[in-house]
Design a protein around this ligand. Structure first.
Ligand code: GLN
Length: 478
């Protein structure tokens, strides 16, 4: 078998038992990256450092040292997660040359677990988007069909897994940015419960929604990465970790499924789905039912406002979070200014892309004194109503089921409207509004080589159970 065919779990075993060296694995993956450069997966790579780190892993194994859970695994990081003395761009001209003075907790944890980071993946600018077309560094192509978008905003991370440019990847998910690109690229994406992974060194988009998530070719691979990242952090007071979280791969799928109850909100049944999405979603429901899972439609009142609430609140937070990019402390500075106000104005207008500017403007308005009662505060109230509604569903059900996206990946040069794109996030944003966990698991490939992702949303801190569900479901559809 080729090195690229092994799962992450198999590879760690083989590396630790010296059957394959970490250096061989890393070289094989670097070779694969070099063959698919035209996909534009990476903003930067670190091949020399990766090779040195892999050689060190091999040396330590030879000495009989006990290594971490990710020993020698080639990993891809979204380029909004900082690594000390390396460039982090967030897909923006604003940070094109930004050299981070410190490392994120996520990166530190990967290093601690002896994982090897190969590079930083392309993304929509400051994580705003669902396409990876909003990157200053050009769009990433979908490895399943290079004419199509890979989804976003963590499109580089998802494409990396689909193209064997890494075996597991880290993304960030504010409204679906791990799960939707995973779905579009036919891989698994998990967004854990809000606050379970530290955001220290992860550049904020909308901090009450942002959460780091993981991707892999299968649920177990994505889960072992998640397992090393979950934890508290003295540098991030919102990082609660997850005391309930324990990986359990040794359970009886059949028995497990018989005790599972799944809800589908009625509003989700009314949303127009692209034909392939509809057919695959219906298939998924049938398969679950045939295996003893109880699947019921439940009525909801407020969930239908999720996309609007998300954009109202997230844009408000975006306008605050991005105010730090002022041409003085971080990143790009215009050369044309004559006074301080021009310095701010020109630096920001020259370095931010259109989507970012639009969201900052809308967000600034929403948070202004004249508009905040009407919009922001109403949004907050609705967020609470949606949260309560979801909480109520979880009193009786284990998961909420939906497709991951209402649409299939479209052409990179498509002129689909932004509103249509925003609307297609309806199944992923509720998880972030609520703060729970969510996962996209691919259905088998269709004749056109694409696949439809099925979305499971879980209760807060029920991530271990979500992973079991994913493993069981993957077993059913394989
Ligand atoms: N697609 C959503 C947006 O455009 C979500 C982005 C994200 O999760 N970072 O805001």
């Amino acid at each position: 078998m080729n090195i690229l065919d092994y799962s992450a779990i198999e590879l760690v075993d083989k590396i630790k038992s010296e059957e394959i060296s970490a250096l061989e694995v890393v070289n094989e993956y670097i070779g694969s990256i070099e063959k698919s450069m035209d996909l534009n997966v990476f903003i930067s790579t670190r091949f020399e450092s990766a090779r040195e780190e892999a050689a060190k892993v091999d040396e330590r194994i030879k000495k009989g040292e006990k290594l971490g859970a990710l020993a020698g695994l080639p990993i891809v990081l979204k380029d909004n997660i900082v690594v000390k003395d390396e460039i982090t761009t967030c897909g923006s001209k604003m940070l094109e040359n930004f050299n981070s003075p410190y490392s994120s907790t996520v990166y530190e944890k990967i290093v601690e677990a002896d994982g090897i980071v190969l590079g930083k993946a392309n993304m929509d600018e400051f994580a705003m988007g669902s396409t990876t077309r909003n990157s200053y560094f050009g769009p990433t192509k979908n490895p399943l069909n290079a004419d199509l978008i890979p989804g976003g905003s963590s499109g580089g991370s998802a494409a990396a897994i689909a193209a064997n440019n890494g075996i597991i990847a880290v993304g960030s998910d504010t409204g679906g940015s791990v799960r939707q690109p995973a779905s579009f690229c036919g891989v698994v994406g998990i967004k854990p419960t809000y606050g379970s992974i530290s955001r220290f060194g992860v550049v904020s988009m909308a901090n009450t929604f942002d959460q780091v998530g993981t991707m892999g070719r299968n649920v177990k691979d994505a889960a072992i990465l998640l397992n090393t990242l979950i934890g508290t952090d003295e540098n991030d007071s919102t990082a609660l970790g997850n005391k309930e979280f324990k990986l359990d791969f040794n359970f009886n799928d059949e028995e497990y499924l018989k005790n599972i109850k799944i809800a589908i909100p009625s509003i989700f049944m009314e949303i127009e789905l692209e034909a392939e999405v509809k057919a695959e979603f219906e298939k998924a429901i049938e398969i679950l039912k045939a295996n003893g899972v109880e699947v019921k439609v439940v009525e909801t009142e407020y969930l239908k406002y999720s996309t609007e609430v998300y954009h109202l609140l997230a844009n408000g937070e975006i306008s605050y979070n991005l105010s730090r990019f002022d041409g003085i402390r971080y990143g790009y500075r215009s050369e044309k200014y004559t006074d301080i106000s021009e310095l701010y104005k020109f630096s920001r207008s020259e370095a931010f892309g259109d989507e970012v500017k639009k969201r900052i403007m809308v967000g600034t308005y929403i948070m202004s004194q004249e508009a905040s009662e009407e919009f922001y505060k109403k949004g907050l109230k609705l967020r609470t109503l949606i949260k309560n509604e979801i909480e109520k569903i979880f009193e009786d059900y284990d998961f909420i089921l939906s497709p991951t996206s209402s649409i299939m990946p479209f052409a990179i040069d498509s002129d689909i409207s932004n509103i249509e794109i925003y609307k297609s996030d309806i199944f992923t944003v509720p998880t972030n509004i609520f703060g729970g966990c969510g996962m996209s698991v691919p259905m088998p490939k269709l004749e056109n080589g694409l696949s439809v992702g099925i979305h499971f949303m879980g209760n807060r801190f029920d991530d271990a159970n979500l992973i079991k569900m994913g493993i069981a479901f993957e077993g059913l559809v394989k």
